[in-house]
Design a protein around this ligand. Structure first.
Ligand SMILES: [Ca+2]
Ligand SMILES: [Ca+2]
Ligand SMILES: [Ca+2]
Length: 339
């Protein structure tokens, strides 16, 4: 029994104390290269610096100490080197905090090995391996949209997007509506910024007498194995656009503009009332924009009409419209424009 126990201890010491140098990888710059999976417990062994670097105590004198030099790097502070020259993690390393959303995550350490009067710098490259330990998450549990019944089929407004701090392919790779619908779908577009634009698509004409409310889950899923997902509830209400239209305070407005008014002058401040909490968007009618768009401007949020260019006519007839912000992307039938 004693012989067996002794052999076992000897083998363990051999593995821990002397990393076989043939297994040590180097990166393109010649640094010692290690792959470390994220979320390992603090104290996980990463490297045997002396052995892996091919340094020996023979002829070089006694090893006095090991020091990690570039300690100002936040990634480097997640490692420690013990008096035995073993590089270990000093904390649980989270790829998704250190390199959120990135496919590669590298930490570079410079370790000084001092043997008697001699100092060698061992350059170490630790590549963090990402685990799929985050599910896509939306900022809200539930969102509400109001659509005008007259909305023509097509691509509508942007939907919420989910965050997943894992790196590709463990980050978000797609979205779907659940349950599948013959009225709505989603369309994805990759933006040049690397973000994704998720839009609601209306597949056919709405009929609020048949159905005036739809509820779906917008599911975001990642590309990990196993796949993780997150969802937000979409409540879509179909509005009768006329009943919900904002109303201007007056049926029409007449304004006298002094002849030499400089560009930028405010001509009138319009106001339309809507349901409490509703946001109104102001605009010129398409015709007014086409004819007078270079002379007059309207602030879509405040309803302020300003002068852009010189006025040279005795009278201008401007048609201004107000609509609820939630219906803004819907087809506009012109019924809440005034002249
Ligand atoms: Ca993590
Ligand atoms: Ca994920
Ligand atoms: Ca991760």
């Amino acid at each position: 029994m004693e012989t067996v126990s002794g052999s076992l201890i000897f083998v363990l010491l051999l593995i821990v104390g002397h990393h076989p140098s043939s297994a040590v990888l180097r990166d393109a710059e010649g640094r010692l290269l290690y792959r470390l999976t994220e979320e390992q417990p603090a104290g996980t062994l990463v490297a045997n610096v002396l052995g892996d670097a091919g340094l020996s105590t023979d002829g070089g004198g006694q090893v006095l100490r090991y020091v990690i030099l570039n300690q100002n790097d936040p990634g480097v502070r997640l490692f420690r080197i013990d008096v035995d020259g073993l590089l270990r993690t000093s904390a649980v390393i989270d790829h998704d905090v250190l390199c959120p959303g990135r496919s590669t995550c590298s930490i570079f350490l410079d370790v000084a090995v001092q043997r008697a009067a001699r100092v060698d710098i061992v350059k170490i490259h630790v590549q963090l391996i990402d685990l799929n330990d985050n599910a896509p998450a939306f900022a809200e549990l539930e969102v509400e949209f109001r659509l005008a019944e007259s909305t023509p089929p097509g691509v509508l407004f942007p939907l919420p997007v989910a965050a997943d701090h894992d790196g590709p392919p463990n980050g978000v790779v797609g979205y779907r509506l659940s349950p599948v619908s013959d009225v709505f779908s989603v369309q994805l577009q990759n933006l040049s910024t690397g973000d994704v634009d998720v839009r609601l698509v209306l597949k056919r004409l709405l009929d609020r007498r048949r159905k005036d409310r739809y509820m779906f889950s917008l599911v975001a899923f990642d590309g990990g194995r196993p796949r993780r997902s997150g969802q937000v509830i979409l409540n879509i209400y179909i509005d009768d656009v006329r009943r919900h239209s904002p109303r201007f305070d007056n049926a029409s407005y007449e304004v006298l503009v002094p002849e030499n008014s400089p560009p930028g002058s405010t001509i009138i401040q319009l106001h339309a009332s809507a349901a409490p909490g509703a946001t109104v968007v102001y605009s010129f009618s398409r015709r007014t924009r086409a004819i007078y768009g270079d002379i007059f401007a309207i602030n879509t949020t405040t309803g302020e009409v300003t002068l852009l260019g010189a006025v040279d006519q005795a009278t201008y007839n401007l048609s201004v419209c107000s609509i609820l912000h939630s219906l803004f992307s819907a087809a506009y039938d012109g019924n809440n424009c005034i002249t």
